[in-house]
Design a protein around this ligand. Structure first.
Ligand SMILES: [Zn+2]
Length: 212
């Protein structure tokens, strides 16, 4: 029999730390696979494209009067105050919490598991579901942007043919205004309802124009 503290005891200790470590490292890895711009968006940070194709915003870590913070695919850097880091450190500083708590908070917001991260396959599937969701939301936002432009053109055309009060064109313009409001200010589910309505041919001419 080996005494306590010998190689046998050490093996046991290693086994214990291994069972804890994957949990912590997995949540960091899972969160780092999410696009940083989408994560920041969930925390109300509005990013704007720069001329060079990068994304920028006003820095929240100093009193910024113009966009000084640049967001890269794998992190951020502020050219005024020097704040620098990755998605997790951004959220940690924003919420004033430790990086692990920030990673948990991000995971929760994207529907990733926070407590049961031992099953690698399950984690992979959940990351894929979260990134698929992000992609479909991006596609929906892009569609809404294009649909908005097309609908503005339709509205303008209605206005131009309207040389005297005409109930049909007046109604069409009012209806277009309603949809334009939704496309600009509505939630993602409102925008999705517009897209589905157009696809189901329930929105009349505006629907046809938005899908063209
Ligand atoms: Zn700054």
């Amino acid at each position: 029999m080996k005494p306590p503290g010998s190689a046998g005891g050490k093996r046991c200790e290693n086994k214990l730390s291994k069972s804890i470590l994957p949990y912590r490292s997995n949540i960091f890895q899972s969160v780092k696979e999410l696009p940083i711009d989408e994560v920041l968006g969930r925390y109300g940070i509005e990013l704007h494209p720069t001329g060079g194709g990068r994304l920028t915003c006003q820095c929240i870590f100093h009193d910024d009067h113009r966009p000084s913070l640049i967001v890269y695919s794998d992190g951020f850097h502020c050219f005024a105050c020097g704040a620098h880091g990755d998605t997790i450190s951004f959220v940690a500083r924003l919420l004033n919490v430790r990086p692990f708590e920030a990673a948990q908070d991000i995971a929760r917001r994207f529907g990733l598991p926070v407590d049961q991260l031992h099953d690698r396959q399950q984690v992979k599937e959940q990351i894929k579901a979260a990134t698929d969701q992000i992609e479909s939301e991006r596609a929906l936002r892009a569609w809404a942007k294009q649909a908005y432009i097309k609908l503005v053109v339709l509205r303008r055309a209605c206005f131009l043919v309207l040389d005297e009060p005409d109930a049909y064109y007046c109604d069409l313009m009012d209806y277009a205004d309603e949809i334009l409001d939704t496309l600009q200010f509505g939630s993602l589910s409102d925008k999705l309802a517009v897209l589905e309505g157009a696809k189901a041919d329930k929105l009349g001419l505006p629907g046809v124009v938005m899908l063209a």
